[in-house]
Design a protein around this ligand. Structure first.
Ligand code: AHR
Length: 341
């Protein structure tokens, strides 16, 4: 009888130990399914859409990382509308998800809905782009890229390149004429990249060599990038020396417009853009683009890891930047086989 009782006690202790695995009271983060309060963690994720090659890679990274982490992902595509994102976040709150993550299409207008999430005690992670809030405690962490530095790196590279290549302005003036294809109006990335570029230019001893001739949104899409570049070329075909596109997709659209106008992209017009997608590496290998400043979309793994830590009651960094590089055309051929997106 004593033996049977001892065995029963041992079995009960094993069951209790298994139930407490992971140490925290809200989530466990072992190699299998992540759990919150004994059930699988559910994350509501609001993505902005599928405007670019970069965005597709970002979505794939988040979906794959959720699967690998054993996190149930409620994925919502906002089709480029902030109102759809707000609706999605409200629906995540109503469903009682464990954690909410979202890519804010624009910087402002999130205070009310994030306050609703906080009142419902659902932690929020901001992904990729930034938000401007009156109260930063409305989100727990932000995972993303540094758009200000990206913009600064664009100007630095241009200035070094134009000097090294001994380039001369095409229009016969003493200034290089720059056109800019901007990203989504009101987005932190468009604002940051533009500001970083202009600040770096203003601080440069070579500032007087450059003039921003035109700057307009191409909404981060290939088609709009092409259309806006066509209109730039219509008015200033023989003056434009440099194109800075806030993303690679717009640069790829612009390349088509430049060729259609009878000019050589990458030669007559120096082209630099941001992202580092395979398409721009291919264009660089073909001599049609000159440089890409990386913006890393592979944010899924760090997002899932951060979500587990938050639900486990662990302290996390408020701001986590993902690593990024600068890739000029002369390294494109060697680098393309290593590119993951
Ligand atoms: O927020 C990141 C930007 O959004 C990428 O540069 C762009 O390609 C995307 O659509």
């Amino acid at each position: 009888m004593k033996k049977i009782l001892a065995m029963l006690l041992a079995v009960m202790m094993m069951v209790v130990a298994a139930g407490c695995g992971g140490g925290g009271d809200k989530a466990s983060s072992g190699s299998g399914a992540a759990s919150s309060g004994g059930k699988k963690i559910t994350m509501g994720f609001s993505q902005i859409g599928a405007e670019s090659e970069w965005r597709t890679a970002n979505t794939e990274s988040v979906k794959k990382a959720a699967e690998e982490a054993g996190i149930e992902l409620q994925f919502s595509d906002a089709q480029q509308k902030q109102e759809n994102q707000i609706k999605a976040i409200r629906s995540f709150i109503a469903q009682g998800v464990d954690i909410i993550a979202f890519v804010p299409i624009v910087e402002t207008g999130w205070d009310t809905v994030l306050k609703e999430a906080k009142d419902a005690k659902i932690p929020v992670i901001v992904v990729d782009r930034d938000v401007k809030l009156a109260d930063d405690s409305l989100y727990v962490a932000k995972i993303g890229t540094d758009s200000l530095t990206e913009g600064k790196n664009v100007f630095k590279w241009i200035d070094e390149y134009m000097t090294k290549e001994n380039k001369k302005p095409r229009g016969g003036t003493d200034q290089f004429q720059v056109v800019v294809l901007e990203g989504t109006v009101g987005s932190s990335v468009a604002n940051g990249r533009q500001k970083g570029f202009k600040d770096e230019m203003a601080a440069s001893p070579n500032a007087a060599k450059y003039n921003i001739l035109a700057s307009q949104t191409g909404e981060f899409t290939r088609q709009k990038g092409q259309e806006v570049m066509e209109s730039f070329l219509k008015s200033d075909r023989d003056k434009i020396d440099i194109l800075f596109a806030h993303n690679d997709d717009m640069a790829l659209g612009a390349i088509q417009a430049i060729e259609a106008a009878g000019l050589k992209p990458g030669k007559d017009i120096t082209i630099i853009s941001i992202d580092g997608v395979k398409g721009i590496f291919q264009a660089m290998i073909e001599g049609k683009a000159n440089c890409t400043v990386e913006c890393n979309p592979l944010q899924g793994p760090v997002l899932m890891e951060t979500a587990k830590k938050i639900l486990n009651g662990e302290k996390v960094e408020k701001m986590v930047y993902v690593p990024e590089g600068v890739f000029p055309a002369d390294v494109a051929e060697k680098t393309l086989p290593e590119r993951k997106y």
